[in-house]
Ligand binder design. Structure first.
Ligand SMILES: Cc1ncc(C[n+]2csc(CCOP(=O)(O)OP(=O)(O)O)c2C)c(N)n1
Length: 523
C-alpha cells in the first residue's frame, strides 16, 4: 500500500491548529485551560507568526479583534468557562462585526473532568447571535477551521468553533493541505463599524438580526448538516463526538448530523416527520433536543430522561439503548473503572505551605482555581470555597466586610494575573481586613506549565518582558507584602498567625517552583 505523506495522525486540537495555519492566520492568542490548551501550544511550535499567551480570555479575544481590524486572520482559543470572561467583547463584537476572519475556538468539558462547570458553548453562540461549527473528529476539526474563516469574512462576524474533550484529545488521521497566504495589512478607520456607542448600537443590532437568515441559508447550502435516511422509522439526530457514537451503535437508524448552527428548524421538522422513534444524542445541554421536541412527540434524550442531562455522554450510554438486540459488543462502561481523583504531587510547595496556613488557623479560607485547589481535600482541608478564577480575594473581602476576622484568600500566580489584580485593588480601596496568599510556583501548573509574565518567557520560549509580583501588589496599594519560601513551615506559621491578626490587606507570597518543573529543568 502506498503511504500518503499528507496524512498525519493528529489530535483534534492539533488539527484545529493546523487548520488555522492552512487558513492563513496572522496570530494565535489564548489563555490556557483544559481541554483547549494544546491548540496554542501546537501553534507556538508550528506557526511562524505570533502565538501568544495573554493574561485572560477577555484580553485574548480583544487582541484577536484588534488583529481582525487590520484585515488579517486571527484564531483565539479558550476553554468553555473562558467565554464567560470574554463575554463582554464577544457580545458586542457580534454587533460591530469584524474584518479579517476571526475564529473563536471553544473547548467544552462535558463531565467537567477539569472544569468548574459543564456549560455548553452553543448557548453562548446563539446568545451572541453568532454562527457555531461543531466537528466530530480531527479531520473535521481541521476542515471546519477553514470553513469557519471563510464564513467569518463572508458574514463579517466572529465564528465560534465548538469542540469537546474527546474531539480535542482523540487522535485520528488528518489530511494536511496547502497553506493559504495571509491577508494584506489594511487597517482603516470605520467609526460606523468600530464604535460601540449608543448612536450605532440599534443599527448594528438590526444588521446582526438580518444576518441570521443568511446564516441559516449558509448552513443549508454548506452541506455540513447531513442526512442519511433510507425509509427507516427510527432516527438519531446528533452532533460532535456524539455523532461518532451514534454511527457506531445506531446502524439501523436514519441519521441527521448537525455541524453548523444556526440552522433552519425545518431541517429537523422534515427529518422527524413520520418517525416513530427520535433519539437526540448530543454532548452538553439539550440544545437540539429542545428544537426536535417542537416537531415530534417521540423524542428521547436528556429531557425525557433516557440519557443523563449531566456528565459526559459516553459510548456506553448509547450502546445500552441503541445496540440492544444487535450483535455489537458495547465497550466496558466507564463507570466500571476505579475513580482516581487528582491529588497534590509529592513535594508540592503548595502542600507544605498549606500545613503552615492550617496551623495559623484562618477563620475561613476563600480559595481559587489551580493546583492549590487540591488543598481543599482531606487531610489538608485548607480551603472552604472555590467558585471561578479570581474570585478568592473578592469573596474574602465580602466576608470581611461583615466583621468576620482572620479571613484568608488563596490564589495562584497565574490566577492572580488573570483576574485577581482588580479584586486586590478593590479590597484595598474598601479597607478590607484580609490575608491574601499568592501561591507563586513559577508557572501555570494545573494546565501544563505555561509560562507567565512573572517568568518573562513567552509561549514560543523566547525572552519577553518580565513583571514583578511584589511590585504589582505594592502598586495595588498593599502596604504589607512578604515573600516566603513555601517549605519553611514553622517560620511561615508564625508569620501567617501575625498577618491574620493585622488590619488591612496583607499579602504573603509563597514562592517555590513547582516540583515537576524542578524535575524537568534537571533533566
Ligand atoms: C476562566 C477560566 N480560564 C481558565 C481556566 C483553566 N485553569 C484552571 S486553573 C488555571 C491557572 C492555574 O495556575 P495558577 O493560578 O498559577 O496555579 P497553579 O496551578 O500553578 O498552582 C487555569 C488557567 C479556568 N478554570 N477558568
Amino acid at each position: 500500500m502506498m503511504k500518503d505523506n499528507n496524512i498525519k495522525l493528529m489530535s483534534g486540537n492539533e488539527a484545529i491548529g493546523r487548520g488555522a495555519i492552512e487558513a492563513g492566520i496572522s496570530i494565535a492568542v489564548s489563555y490556557p485551560g483544559t481541554p483547549s490548551t494544546d491548540i496554542l501550544e501546537y501553534l507556538a511550535r508550528n506557526f511562524e507568526g505570533p502565538a501568544q499567551w495573554v493574561l485572560n480570555e477577555k484580553i485574548a479575544l480583544e487582541t484577536a479583534i484588534g488583529v481582525s481590524y487590520t484585515g488579517k486572520r486571527a484564531i483565539c482559543s479558550m476553554k468553555h468557562v473562558g467565554v464567560n470572561v470574554a463575554a463582554d467583547p464577544l457580545m458586542t463584537a457580534a454587533y460591530l462585526g469584524i474584518k479579517g476572519g476571526l475564529v473563536l475556538v471553544v473547548a467544552d468539558d462535558p463531565g467537567a473532568y477539569s472544569s468548574q462547570n459543564e456549560q455548553d458553548t452553543r448557548f453562548f453562540a446563539s446568545f451572541a447571535k453568532l454562527p457555531c461549527l461543531e466537528p466530530s473528529d480531527a479531520q473535521e476539526a481541521k476542515d471546519l477551521m477553514l470553513a469557519a474563516f471563510e464564513l467569518s469574512e463572508k458574514m463579517e462576524l466572529p465564528v465560534i468553533l465548538r469542540t469537546v474533550t474527546r474531539v480535542s484529545h482523540a487522535l485520528s488521521p488528518v489530511s494536511v493541505g496547502e497553506v493559504r497566504n495571509q491577508n494584506a495589512l489594511s487597517l482603516e478607520k470605520n467609526p460606523a463599524k468600530m464604535l460601540a456607542v449608543p448612536s450605532n448600537v440599534v443599527r448594528c443590532h438590526k444588521a446582526l438580526n438580518k444576518k441570521q437568515e443568511e446564516l441559516k441559508v449558509w448552513a443549508r447550502t454548506s452541506g455540513l448538516n447531513k442526512t442519511a435516511k433510507n425509509g427507516q422509522k427510527k432516527c438519531i439526530i446528533s452532533c460532535g463526538i456524539a455523532f461518532t457514537y451514534a454511527k457506531e451503535f445506531g446502524k439501523d437508524y436514519a441519521l441527521l448530523k448537525i455541524a453548523a448552527y444556526p440552522f433552519d428548524e425545518k431541517l429537523i421538522e422534515d427529518f422527524v416527520t413520520g418517525m416513530d422513534e427520535v433519539w437526540v444524542v448530543e454532548e452538553g445541554y439539550p440544545v437540539i433536543e429542545n428544537i426536535a421536541r417542537k416537531f415530534s412527540q417521540n423524542v428521547k434524550g436528556k429531557i425525557t430522561g433516557e440519557l443523563s442531562p449531566e456528565g459526559e455522554l459516553g459510548p456506553d450510554a448509547l450502546a445500552k439503548h441503541l445496540a440492544s438486540g444487535s450483535k455489537q459488543n458495547p465497550a466496558p462502561a466507564s463507570s466500571d473503572l476505579p475513580i482516581r481523583p487528582p491529588v497534590m504531587c509529592p513535594g508540592c510547595p503548595h502542600r507544605e505551605f498549606y500545613k503552615a496556613l492550617k496551623e495559623a488557623g484562618p477563620s475561613f479560607t476563600a480559595g481559587d482555581i489551580g493546583c492549590y485547589t487540591l488543598g481543599a481535600a482531606p487531610p489538608l482541608s485548607a480551603m472552604d470555597t472555590c467558585l471561578c478564577m479570581g474570585a478568592s480575594i473578592s469573596k474574602a473581602a465580602g466576608i470581611s466586610s461583615q466583621g468576620v476576622k482572620r479571613v484568608a484568600a488563596v490564589l495562584g500566580d497565574s490566577t492572580f494575573l488573570h483576574s485577581g489584580i482588580p479584586a486586590l485593588i478593590s479590597a484595598v480601596y474598601n479597607n478590607a481586613n484580609i490575608l491574601v496568599v499568592i501561591m507563586d510556583n513559577d508557572s501555570t501548573a494545573m494546565t501544563g506549565h505555561q509560562p507567565t509574565p512573572l517568568t518573562g518567557i513567552t509561549a514560543k520560549g523566547e525572552q519577553g518582558g518580565k513583571v514583578s509580583l511584589e511590585e504589582i501588589c505594592r502598586a495595588c496599594g498593599v502596604k504589607s507584602v512578604e515573600v516566603v519560601n513555601s517549605y519553611e513551615i514553622a517560620k511561615n506559621t508564625e508569620l501567617l498567625k501575625q498577618k491574620l491578626e493585622s488590619e488591612g490587606v496583607n499579602v504573603v507570597i509563597s514562592r517555590s517552583p513547582c516540583v515537576l518543573l524542578v524535575g524537568k529543568k534537571k533533566k
